[in-house]
Design a protein. Structure first.
Length: 95
């Protein structure tokens, strides 16, 4: 059961860089943990504003400590350059 989540919204600016990031983060997800609950493009923005090309990712964790450990892990933070090249990432821990 999940009691905490990482919600990421990506305004994709470079599709090739985003694909490179996705390939690099997959083994990190497997090593650190968390379960990808949802990953895909935004189909429509109903209210508020957003980027023309957005992706949404939700990863579930047993608790906030596990979610925070994931987001602060050296393996994850090492990918910051790839994230910056791919677009604007908004990352939140929810729980």
């Amino acid at each position: 059961m999940f009691h905490a989540y990482i919600l990421t919204i990506v305004a994709i600016q470079d599709s090739d860089a985003f694909d490179s990031y996705r390939a690099a983060v997959a083994p990190v997800n497997a090593a650190i943990g968390g379960q990808v609950m949802l990953r895909g493009p935004t189909a429509a923005i109903i209210e508020g504003s957003g980027a023309e090309r957005e992706a949404v990712i939700i990863i579930g964790f047993p608790d906030i400590a596990a979610a925070t450990a994931y987001i602060t892990a050296a393996e994850y933070t090492a990918l910051a350059g790839l994230r910056q090249a791919a677009g604007q990432f908004t990352i939140r821990v929810i729980g």
